[in-house]
Ligand binder design. Sequence first.
Ligand SMILES: [Zn+2]
Length: 153
Amino acid sequence: MSAEAKKRLEEQLKKETGGVKQSYYDRLIRTAVQAMKNAYAPYSGFAVGAALAGKNGKIYVGCNVENASYSLTNCAERTAFFNAAADGCRHFDAIAIVGGKNGVVTDYCLPCGACRQVMAEFCSPDFEVIMLGSKDIKVSRLKDLLPDSFRLP
Ligand SMILES: [Zn+2]
């Protein structure tokens, strides 16, 4: 992230959150950017990183992991959730997602339907999904991204 982009992001975070959540969002986004560097995406070239905030205070990272058998590919978001589950964490506050072709962020990286369903398994409707764009961030709630998730009766 360039110094100019960082400054712009910090200004937006301060404006949107009144400064209260600025450092929290900033930390999650920075962690997701770091995780994106580990993406294994030799087929699409589209690298994604995710940073998932557990209620236990830990941040769990994930990156997309592609496979020559395309359907076996796992998204960064689900990788982060499975990473957390393996650590015994089941409760979360937010996830930051960053992605772009060759790791260059040009737009918000929205979670796919499968990842939204995995979020619904563990998270409340108010779970925050923080997405980094080229100029700013967008924060959505799970209830708006997946209003009618699948539930076993
Ligand atoms: Zn996904």
